[in-house]
Each structure stands twice: as structure tokens, then as C-alpha cells.
Design a protein around this ligand. Structure first.
Ligand code: 6PG
Length: 240
């Protein structure tokens, strides 16, 4: 099931995403495994979740939640480019989550393939042999990428591995990313897209046939819920 919700602006979108996060944690019967997305978009969500005045922070059962990342840049954890560092600064250092429930990618290793192997082992250890995340957040790049699944990358076609390294072009760091089999096994996937620079990618996701040229359009949970949360600028090129 794929649902699309359009919000007036970023703050409304982040509020909806935060409530989905809270509800997933509350409804989980045991540990709630959540994978965070990277980039700039989720910072607004993280800030809202950690803001004591938001009315959300105190209503979330933080002790149930285990944090993962759907992708990571191959940089040290204290790098400003690190998705882990962004979440630590804006959220995880501000809420009651114990370190043993924060499962970062060891992306600082010299070999991204080893980082991917170790993270796949972490996912299997924490979620079992058929890992099904309770909630995965994803972003959307202007080129239609999601996580670190870029158009034309072999990682988009990966059907066996759960986590793989991604060699990106010179200007962009190498990455480690969840693959589509792991993403599409989730119980709930929430894709966030905010800003006019995402409008054409959003149009392609919803109005073009699924294709490896738009990896975000291949996010289709086999037995779960997919929600696209868009603000009006990001939805501005949609026909309906
Ligand atoms: C990353 C992300 C990536 C991101 C999109 C959107 O590590 O950069 O995981 O997939 O979600 O590129 O990025 P922005 O939110 O910064 O536009």
C-alpha cells in the first residue's frame, strides 16, 4: 500500500513524521527498530522529536527504540558529513536512549565493503535472519535516489545482500546503504521530501513506471505500509 500525504510546509511535514515515529514506538510490542535517513531533510524531524516543548518528546517510549541508519557516508563519526553525527547532535544526545540501542555504521573503516559486511551482520544480529524493520525513514534526492541507491548504481539491482558499499563519483563520498530487499521488507516506510528541488523527482516517482533510473520509485514494501510525506513545493509538479 502506497499513500501520499501533502503538507503546507516543512514544519507540518515534520510534525506528521514525528507522530508516525511516536505511534510506531508506542504500538511496537517489543523493541522498536527504526532506521533513520540521512541528509538535511530529517534534521527538522530530529529537532522536533528532541524539543521538550513539542509535546512529543515525553510521549515517546524511548527505552523501546533501537536506532539504525538506512545509509551512511564513509567518513568518521565526528565528521559534519556523517548521518550518525547529524542524528546524534539533533536528537540522540538530547533524548534518553542508551548507547547500546544506537547501532551506527562503522563507516570510518578504510574498506567500505568491510563497513557494509559489519553493518549487515549487525542488522542480522539485532533483527534475526529475516530482518523486518518496524520503521524506515528515507529521503529523496533531486536525481531520484533514496538512501544511497543512486540511478544506474549496481546497488539498485542487488537482490541478495542487505547492506552494500557504494562507490560514488569523485565529488561524493563513498557510502554504505541498505538495499531494496532490506528496505522493502520493512513493516512501515516513511519517505520525506521537502522543497521545490525535489519536485521533479517526486513527479517521476509517482508518474513514471518503476525504473532503476528512479530508485526511490522502487521502494515498495512487500508486506508493509509506504507513506510519502511531501510539502507543497515538493509536490508542485504532480498532476493531481
Ligand atoms: C544521504 C541520504 C540521502 C538523502 C537524500 C536527500 O546520506 O545523503 O541518505 O539519500 O536522504 O540525498 O538529502 P537532503 O535531505 O539533504 O535533500
Amino acid at each position: 500500500m502506497r499513500e501520499r500525504l501533502i503538507f503546507k510546509d516543512g514544519p507540518e511535514l515534520f510534525r506528521a513524521a514525528a507522530e508516525l515515529f511516536r505511534d510506531a514506538a508506542r504500538s511496537s510490542s517489543g523493541p522498536c527498530r527504526v532506521a533513520l535517513s540521512g541528509g538535511r531533510t530529517p534534521i527538522g524531524l530530529f529537532s522536533l522529536l528532541s524539543d521538550p516543548s513539542s509535546g512529543l518528546r515525553e510521549s515517546i517510549p524511548w527505552e523501546k527504540i533501537h536506532f539504525f541508519w538506512s545509509d551512511e557516508r564513509c567518513v568518521p563519526p565526528d565528521s559534519p558529513e556523517s548521518n550518525y553525527r547529524s542524528a546524534l547532535d539533533a536528537l540522540l544526545s538530547r533524548v534518553p536512549v542508551s548507547p547500546d540501542r544506537i547501532h551506527r555504521v562503522e563507516a570510518e573503516l578504510p574498506d567500505p565493503a568491510e563497513s557494509a559486511r559489519r553493518y549487515e551482520a549487525t542488522v542480522l544480529r539485532e533483527l534475526g535472519a529475516r530482518p523486518r524493520f518496524d520503521l524506515i525513514f528515507l529521503g529523496l534526492g533531486p536525481d531520484g535516489h533514496t538512501a544511497s541507491l543512486f540511478p544506474g548504481s549496481p546497488a539498485v539491482r542487488e537482490q541478495r545482500r542487505l547492506v552494500v558499499p557504494v562507490a560514488v563519483d569523485q565529488k561524493t563520498r563513498n557510502r554504505v546503504t541498505f538495499t531494496l530487499p532490506l528496505i522493502n521488507a520493512a513493516a512501515k516506510i516513511v519517505c520525506l521530501a521537502s522543497g521545490a528541488d525535489k519536485a521533479d523527482a517526486v513527479r517521476r516517482v509517482f508518474e513514471e513506471p518503476p525504473s532503476e533510473s528512479v530508485p526511490a520509485g522502487l521502494v515498495r514494501p512487500a508486506d508493509g505500509e509506504l507513506l510519502w510525506l511531501l510539502d507543497r513545493p515538493a509536490a508542485s509538479r504532480l498532476k493531481i
